[in-house]
Design a protein around this ligand. Structure first.
Ligand code: R5P
Length: 306
């Protein structure tokens, strides 16, 4: 009770030291509220400003995707190497230990299966469930140029409004219909619309020509989807090029979990994203780790992520 008794006179007010006001490290996010920033700070590593998001939400429209038949066996061993897990609430509740310290990006839209018109999505969960699950972001598909374009954009803006109420960021996923041309012009249009209408993170595909104009014109962080499985070195080159051209990370699925060695691949991707490793050196790392993995008794790589 020293203060109340008035015994201690020399308090440490540091009147000669001005309180510092730090900016927030993430592109376009400095004016957000504390809760939004805190959740974004769980998704993105504050040292590199980037994220390795492991996407395995594919089942929400295509069921047991190759590599995701048994998420408990194929994905849980990869979780230590990811910054963020992108998944559905069904898989979160049934498979992911509640003790996980990983940021969660929850799939919040859905409706049609691969048997139907995919752009006809609705919001597929209440904001209360996102709060209950303590997620760090909510993901919604946006189909610019698609048959249900306006509906999907309104899905996104509704999610942004709901999430803003509770401090939960929205991740807009730009989905490109088969009939549309995947070029920088389209990606600029789609990503910019999402950001203008309030998305806090935008996910899009990498394009070989002019991707730097896509990241430049988008005022919030862009993460790239991996897309169809390609050879490991090619996937690492794509991730490297995207990062060097302004992407804030990857939200990669099939190119990791369908790899010959998913544990080695996610660590190689991590080296590219967080340490600017060249694709060739990251591929060397992949090969080294793959052979180490084969050599371990339980088939699990033993290196701990940086
Ligand atoms: C698809 O819409 C899902 O959001 C996937 O998470 C996304 O496509 C990323 O996965 P991949 O790297 O396999 O393309």
């Amino acid at each position: 009770m020293a203060d109340l008794d008035g015994i201690k006179e020399a308090k440490q007010f540091y009147t000669d030291v001005p309180q510092t006001t730090q900016g927030f490290f993430l592109k376009g996010s400095n004016n957000l509220d504390w809760g939004l920033k805190n959740r974004l700070g769980r998704i993105f590593n504050s040292d590199s400003g980037r994220t390795v998001m492991l996407a395995f939400d594919h089942g929400y429209f295509q069921g047991p995707t190759t590599g995701l038949e048994r998420i408990d066996l194929s994905i849980l061993p990869l979780a230590p190497f990811a910054d963020t897990l992108m998944l559905t609430r069904g898989i979160l509740r049934s498979i992911i230990p509640a003790s996980t310290s990983k940021a969660i990006a929850i799939r919040a839209s859905g409706g049609p299966s691969i048997l139907k018109e995919l752009s006809n999505e609705q919001l597929a969960m209440d904001i209360e469930d996102s709060v209950r699950l303590n997620v760090s972001a909510m993901a919604v598909q946006v189909f610019i140029g698609g048959e249900y374009e306006s509906q999907s954009v309104i899905n996104m803006t509704r999610l942004v409004d709901q999430g803003t109420r509770y401090g939960i960021p929205t991740l807009a996923v730009t989905a490109v219909g088969r009939e549309l041309v995947r070029d920088a012009k389209y990606m600029r249009l789609a990503t910019r619309i999402c950001a203008e209408l309030g998305a806090h993170i935008v996910k899009t595909y990498y394009v070989d020509e002019g991707f730097e104009t896509v990241t430049s014109a988008c005022p919030v962080p862009i993460v790239i989807a991996g897309g169809k499985k390609r050879p490991e070195l090619d996937a690492l080159k794509m991730a490297y090029n995207a990062i060097q051209q302004g992407a804030s990370g990857v939200d990669m699925g099939r190119n990791i979990f369908q790899s010959q060695s998913p544990e080695a691949m996610i660590q190689a991707v991590r080296a590219v994203v967080h340490h600017n490793e060249t694709p060739e050196k990251a591929y060397d790392l992949y090969n080294t780790l793959m052979h180490e993995t084969v050599g371990t008794q339980n088939g699990s790589a033993e290196r701990v992520p940086a």
